[in-house]
Design a protein. Structure first.
Lengths: 342, 290
């Protein structure tokens, strides 16, 4: 289908980071600062909201792994987030296992679901991939809605317990402590994403994104790589969704509906496609904004988020992180040029 | 047998909504390369518009049909001029995301302004009764929708195949570069085609208004089914959109009749089978190696 009116150009990605390329230690400084911010978050923000930010951040990173690093827009990631949210809830309710075990179980379940979905979806590329993933996510939604005996239908799963051995009372009394109990799960996910991107496997993904035909000619099984990264991404989304449902103590159909898929794509694009760290920034902004709007009694959040999204897509396609990175990069370049001229 | 005929009619009527809206989606995609996520929202606006028109001026279904269709055409022109045109040179994903943002905005705007409960709308005058064919009693409105949408799809088909405008649109869909080289001002047709596609979505909405609940969320599931329809039919194909629209309508109606609550899952099973057997859709052409 190369029959559009105007010849298509590639996805508009921000430049590769130039600051850290020249000063490798800055990368570690940046990560240390990031970790400090994450650890300090519940001191400044109501802890359950901080937990939401962390969960959405990992969710956005999982989407960016596909969109930014493989060039696949999944518009059905709520299927994995939601499946894990329900599975986590079911394991915690019926087996009474510690919540990290339940969350891991949820993530595994999301990955299992991702195998057939990914297998079918990678047969199409580009915009088709988005539509196919969206449609399959909707199928999962319908199934969860109808399978009342297990999922509770429209009521969702209520009363998901947070067990953690001797610490159970502590994390149940104060969400502040739950944040620190659940944070390792999120951080594990972030590290997996980071390792995936900065590995030979990740380089192949970028090659597939930039030139699938050449990657294929070099002997890489493009479809297999896509399915693998799709499954990894689903696992990360599952980790995030499991933490989310454990934190809230329930799993509802809201977790599976396509607007949730849309919201995480919005967060990813807002933060910056292909930046990995843009996701957390976008998640913080969107979650705080929604929290503020909801507490001020404004109904119609979509009016605001929709408008923001339209502006971002029209004017700031590199997102917050990408725009900032490009800005700093070009500032450094111009400064160096000035110094060389002097 | 009686039930079967009723389900078939129901499916054809339902398929009529899908086919008309999917036709709009396909025409927009063909000429602009845009997958319009806001198609469901525009369908909703058509239905809500009809209900508001009735409430404000007392004009009923038969007046709403042309008025809302024209209004939605203008709305589509506005959307294209204000937003969509700026992203036409980029990857189609950006317009997909843009129209998703517009969808969020429109749905929540309508929700905030007119509430979440359904707006009242009645069956149009002259089509409230039922028609008895032998032992089968059929809703005359469903018959009307089925016949009307088939006729309209045929009319659009004739427009595209028998007129000069249609020839230009088809040529642009086929190969914009070459059409331009042959002296056709392709750019001139972009805006009206987008408006036309949106108008079809709005028209489907007006047609739906008397049969279903008219509210801000009515397009939310509709758009997903539409995507399934165009994946089944082959996104670039106009004939595919229409055939798959009716096919999906029939599957949903039979599913509801015979399979009960899991009927909507059937649509996605159908989609999965089509992707497995013919990845480019029933009437789609093979994609260039990607």
């Amino acid at each position: 289908m190369s029959s559009q009116l105007v010849s298509k150009v590639d996805v508009d990605l921000p430049d590769a980071p130039s600051i850290t390329a020249q000063r490798p230690y800055l990368r570690w400084v940046g990560m240390a600062v990031g970790l400090l911010v994450v650890l300090a978050l519940p001191f400044f923000i109501y802890p359950p909201v901080a937990m939401d930010i962390a969960a959405w951040a990992l969710f956005a990173i999982s989407v960016d792994l596909l969109l930014g690093y493989t060039g696949l827009l999944s518009f059905g990631h709520a299927a994995f987030w939601g499946t894990s949210a329900y599975t986590t809830g079911l394991i915690a309710i019926h087996a009474g296992l510690p919540f990290p075990v339940a969350v891991l179980g949820g993530a595994v379940c999301a990955m299992i679901l991702a195998v057939p979905t990914g297998y079918l979806a990678v047969r199409r590329t580009g915009i088709y991939f988005a539509m196919v993933t969206l449609a399959f996510a909707q199928m999962v939604y319908f199934i969860a809605n109808q399978w009342r005996s297990v999922t509770g239908g429209e009521n969702g799963l209520q009363g998901v317990p947070k067990n953690l051995g001797p610490l159970t009372d502590l994390i149940n009394q104060d969400p502040f402590y739950f944040y620190y109990a659940a944070l390792p799960l999120i951080l594990i996910g972030v590290v997996i994403a980071w390792r995936t991107v900065n590995s030979p496997f990740g380089r192949v993904l970028v090659a597939i994104r930039d030139n699938p035909a050449r990657a294929r000619a070099l002997g890489y099984d493009v479809e297999r790589y896509k399915i693998m990264v799709f499954v990894i991404s689903a696992g990360l989304a599952g980790l995030a969704g499991g933490v989310f449902s454990a934190s809230h103590g329930f799993a509802s159909l809201q977790e599976l509906i396509w607007t949730t898929s849309g919201k995480v794509v919005l967060i990813t694009v807002l933060g910056g496609i292909g930046t990995l760290w843009g996701g957390p920034v976008g998640a913080a902004l969107v979650v705080l904004l929604e929290d503020r709007l909801a507490s001020s009694g404004f109904n119609g959040i979509g009016i605001i988020t929709g408008a923001i999204f339209v502006i971002i897509v029209l004017a700031f396609r590199h997102g917050i992180w990408g725009t900032a990175r490009n800005g700093i990069g070009s500032w450094l370049r111009s400064r160096r040029r000035a110094r060389e001229d002097a | 047998m009686t039930a079967f005929i009723q389900y078939t009619l129901q499916g054809l009527a339902l398929g009529g909504f899908y086919a008309l809206a999917a036709l709009g989606l396909a025409v927009i995609f063909g000429v602009l390369g845009v997958v319009n996520f806001s198609h469901g929202a525009c369908y909703m606006l058509g239905a809500v518009g009809a209900a508001l028109l009735l409430d404000a001026t007392g004009l009923g279904f038969w007046a709403a049909l042309p008025i809302i269709t024209v209004a939605m055409f203008l709305f589509g022109v506005l959307l294209e001029r204000l937003f969509v045109q700026w992203l036409l040179r980029l990857d189609p994903l950006y317009n997909f995301l843009l129209t998703f943002g517009i969808t969020l905005f429109l749905v929540d705007f309508v929700k905030r302004r007119y509430g979440v409960s359904s707006l009242p709308y009645e069956l149009p005058a002259g089509l409230q009764g039922r028609v008895n064919v032998g032992s089968v009693s059929l809703s005359s409105y469903q018959i009307f929708v089925a016949v009307f949408s088939v006729a309209l799809c045929l009319a659009v088909w004739l427009l595209l195949t028998k007129t000069r405008v249609g020839m230009i649109v088809r040529a642009s869909t086929e190969d914009a570069e070459r059409s331009r080289a042959l002296g056709i001002n392709v750019g001139r047709w972009v805006t009206p085609v987008f408006g036309f596609g949106i108008a079809l979505a709005g028209l489907a909405g007006v047609l739906r208004a008397p049969t279903g609940s008219v509210n801000a969320d009515m397009g939310s599931f509709f758009i997903i089914i539409l995507f399934a329809v165009v994946v089944i039919g082959g996104l670039g194909s106009i004939l595919g959109a229409v055939v798959a629209g009716f096919l999906v309508g029939l599957v949903e109606a039979y599913g509801q009749g015979y399979a009960g609550s899991f009927s909507q899952v059937l649509i996605f099973v159908l989609m999965a089978v089509v992707i497995l057997v013919r990845p480019s859709g029933l009437f789609g052409r093979e994609e260039a190696a990607s």
